[in-house]
Design a binder for this molecule. Sequence first.
Ligand SMILES: *[C@@H]1O[C@H](CO)[C@@H](O)[C@H](O)[C@H]1NC(C)=O
Ligand SMILES: *[C@@H]1O[C@H](CO)[C@@H](O)[C@H](O)[C@H]1NC(C)=O
Ligand SMILES: *[C@@H]1O[C@H](CO)[C@@H](O)[C@H](O)[C@H]1NC(C)=O
Ligand SMILES: *[C@@H]1O[C@H](CO)[C@@H](O)[C@H](O)[C@H]1NC(C)=O
Ligand SMILES: *[C@@H]1O[C@H](CO)[C@@H](O)[C@H](O)[C@H]1NC(C)=O
Length: 250
Amino acid sequence: MATIHLTLAPLLLLLLVAGITAQRAAPAPGPAGPINITAILEKGGQFVTLIRLLNTTQIGSQINIQINSSTEGMTIFAPTDNAFQNLKPGTLNKLSSDDQVKLILYHVSPKFYTLDDLLSVSNPVRTQASGRDRGTVYGLNFTGQGNQVNVSTGMIETRVSTALRPERPLAVYVVDMVLLPEEMFGERKIVPVPAPSPQAKSPDVSDDVDSTRKAAAPTRPTSERSGSGEMKVGLGFGLGLVMLCLKFLI
Ligand SMILES: *[C@@H]1O[C@H](CO)[C@@H](O)[C@H](O)[C@H]1NC(C)=O
Ligand SMILES: *[C@@H]1O[C@H](CO)[C@@H](O)[C@H](O)[C@H]1NC(C)=O
Ligand SMILES: *[C@@H]1O[C@H](CO)[C@@H](O)[C@H](O)[C@H]1NC(C)=O
Ligand SMILES: *[C@@H]1O[C@H](CO)[C@@H](O)[C@H](O)[C@H]1NC(C)=O
Ligand SMILES: *[C@@H]1O[C@H](CO)[C@@H](O)[C@H](O)[C@H]1NC(C)=O
């Protein structure tokens, strides 16, 4: 009896101590907590514009949801506030809300990449904007030299710098320039100017988007979208959201 007691005592003590440390340790690292892209960017301290755009386009919350169910993970290239300020004045405001959505989706790749992965990845790399318009790539090219990785859109080239978050399943890298897709800003795709002409991009837009437009604005002829600026923006944002929801449902 006495021997059993003696051998059990240290074991029990060990279990007790292990239990306490486990309990203490559990909440501290907390890698299992839900991923919140807004919170990650807020910690970075220089992403107010991006956070606003992720919010207005609702892409931020879609990322939080999608990252949860994704096996591939995701990579986000986060332009700083400085990067947005260095755009030509009015660049963002001139974009339709659908194009704002595409611009932001262009900064998101549906796969997790380490910096090492990016050094050797095969170009072009798909983004979340890929395949939104027929016949467009919306890809990113990565080139490396030593440890330095550059990203190119065909319009601009910039360094991929600090990782705000390097861990699977979501990598977030800082970029000092807004990644402007050639499909939207290149010579052949001139930024649409509000004018009484029918939308030049209509043929590119897929059928489901077209039917969304009709469904979302049954009482308004589509030509009215090029009418008052304010109405266009309001309506556009609504449509953008509907299209985004559809996209994720399909
Ligand atoms: C994500 O973080 C932001 C900022 O910290 C917070 O306002 C928001 O409620 C969070 N979202 C979720 C889904 O927890
Ligand atoms: C996000 O957008 C909602 C409205 O869509 C707004 O109420 C909220 O203040 C915005 N949050 C941020 C952080 O911009
Ligand atoms: C992520 O998944 C977990 C369980 O799988 C769930 O509890 C959590 O609410 C999900 N988070 C989001 C943002 O969908
Ligand atoms: C990426 O590189 C390929 C060739 O490797 C080129 O054809 C393509 O235009 C480039 N795209 C961008 C976005 O730079
Ligand atoms: C990466 O881009 C920066 C900025 O455009 C440029 O100065 C540098 O030469 C590029 N590096 C490589 C390896 O292409």
